[in-house]
Design a protein around this ligand. Structure first.
Ligand SMILES: Cc1cc2nc3c(=O)[nH]c(=O)nc-3n(C[C@H](O)[C@H](O)[C@H](O)COP(=O)(O)OP(=O)(O)OC[C@H]3O[C@@H](n4cnc5c(N)ncnc54)[C@H](O)[C@@H]3O)c2cc1C
Length: 136
């Protein structure tokens, strides 16, 4: 659950203008950089983040009541880490080649996002837990 919370929080930053890893943080980017970012990508990020927040809120409430099942925890870990990956990947793409250079925050954000689909149980393991829960 803590990885899910962290992933949802991290996914909330890079697509917002003026965040530390935002799409406009290239030193060479003109002040109007956010207007160069395709709005459809940012809309997809906002939608992903909101969906993750809803799932996370539901899971946290269940956890507080002692009702969170392993399968529900697996779903929220899977969803939030995958959404973080999608969000950061879209934002990295907006930087073009600069996004791949490690001295730019978005490249670090990409690496940080990628490992969350491996540790604390990989995405594949989360899917095996969920599959078992639905009787497969
Ligand atoms: C930065 C970092 C920090 C870590 N910190 C900790 C820690 O604090 N405590 C701790 O205990 N561990 C920690 N780990 C270990 C982490 O939990 C494991 O790396 C993770 O569980 C995956 O195991 P593995 O690396 O042995 O990969 P493997 O189990 O060898 O998996 C390799 C690939 O095969 C896939 N795979 C494996 N089994 C299946 C399956 N049944 N079905 C389908 N696909 C499968 C995996 O998804 C993965 O893509 C950390 C790892 C990293 C990278």
């Amino acid at each position: 659950m803590s990885i899910a919370v962290n992933s949802r929080a991290a996914a909330g930053a890079p697509w917002r203008p003026r965040s530390s890893t935002s799409c406009s943080d290239r030193p060479s980017a003109p002040p109007s950089a956010p207007s160069r970012t395709p709005s459809s990508r940012l809309a997809a990020c906002a939608t992903d983040v909101e969906a993750g927040q809803s799932l996370l809120d539901r899971a946290l409430l269940a956890h507080e009541k002692g009702e969170l099942t392993p399968a529900d925890a697996a779903k929220v870990k899977l969803f939030c880490t995958e959404l973080r990956g999608r969000v950061v990947d879209r934002c990295l793409q907006l930087h073009g080649g600069y996004g791949y250079i490690l001295e730019y925050p978005i490249a670090g954000a990409y690496a940080d996002a990628r490992v969350t689909r491996i540790y604390a149980g990989s995405s594949e393991i989360m899917k095996t837990i969920i599959a078992k829960d639905i009787g497969l």
